[in-house]
Design a protein around this ligand. Structure first.
Ligand SMILES: Nc1ncnc2c1ncn2[C@@H]1O[C@H](COP(=O)(O)OP(=O)(O)OP(=O)(O)O)[C@@H](O)[C@H]1O
Ligand SMILES: [Mg+2]
Length: 208
């Protein structure tokens, strides 16, 4: 169980607080889906949970243990919005090895199978994959780090609907093992998954 208690975040460069007394509990029972207008702080929330950003007040716990930023970076796998823009590997195999250096070919193939990528040529550049395949590859890279919590920033953005359905099916499968938190502009897409829905508004999470 991931829990956030009274998280406040007000960077000195921002005019007003971005998150105010934000509380959240998330576990493997339901996928947490957070909607919110552009600029409401959705990405900032994921950056804080995953330990990429600090915060001024509050507590983030995994079960009963309060975690510092380093521990949160270990706990979480963050898939950025449009992750395919940040591929670094020259091949699919290299991209996967960013998640774990000493990965065997068998392990690469089994991870790709987990995200529904089969019969891929591991020597091909990530850019040669289709949009949906690239999204799955980005998720696979994070899965290799065995994160307890998977954080997804707009996982369906920019994908056509048949590809989106594939991503939704993948999330439903991953949910068995991982705590999943999604932030999105298109929450209605996730309505057939077992979700708990919130709206981020004025720095607070409102249950829907
Ligand atoms: N370090 C910072 N300094 C100043 N302002 C910041 C900082 N970090 C975030 N913000 C501001 O906080 C607000 C929330 O940004 P964020 O990117 O989290 O929103 P979002 O909900 O993800 O938006 P979108 O839907 O467009 O992706 C924005 O107005 C942004 O400019
Ligand atoms: Mg964002």
């Amino acid at each position: 169980m991931l829990s956030l208690k009274n998280i406040c975040y007000h960077p000195s460069t921002a005019e007003k607080p971005i998150l105010r007394d934000l509380c959240l509990k998330s576990n493997t029972e339901k996928i947490t889906v957070v909607r919110g207008a552009s600029g409401s702080g959705k990405t900032t929330l994921l950056e804080i949970i995953s330990g990429l950003s600090g915060y001024q007040k509050g507590e983030i716990k995994w079960f009963n243990k309060t975690l510092n930023a380093r521990q949160r970076r270990r706990l979480c796998g963050l898939v950025f919005q449009f992750p395919e823009r940040y591929f670094l590997g020259l091949s699919v195999a290299q991209e996967l090895r960013l998640g774990r250096k000493r990965l065997t070919t068998e392990e690469q193939v089994s991870t790709l199978t987990k995200v529904g990528l089969i019969n891929l040529d591991l020597k091909n550049p990530p850019e040669s994959l289709s949009g949906g395949q690239q999204r799955r590859l980005a998720i696979a890279v994070q899965l290799l780090r065995s994160p307890k919590v998977l954080l997804l920033d707009e996982p369906t953005a920019g994908l056509d609907w048949s590809v989106r359905n594939g991503i939704l099916e993948l999330l439903a499968k991953l949910k068995e093992k991982q705590t999943i938190l999604i932030v999105t502009h298109e929450p209605e897409l996730f309505k057939n998954l077992n979700t708990e829905n919130f709206e981020l508004h004025d720095g607070r999470l409102i249950p829907l």
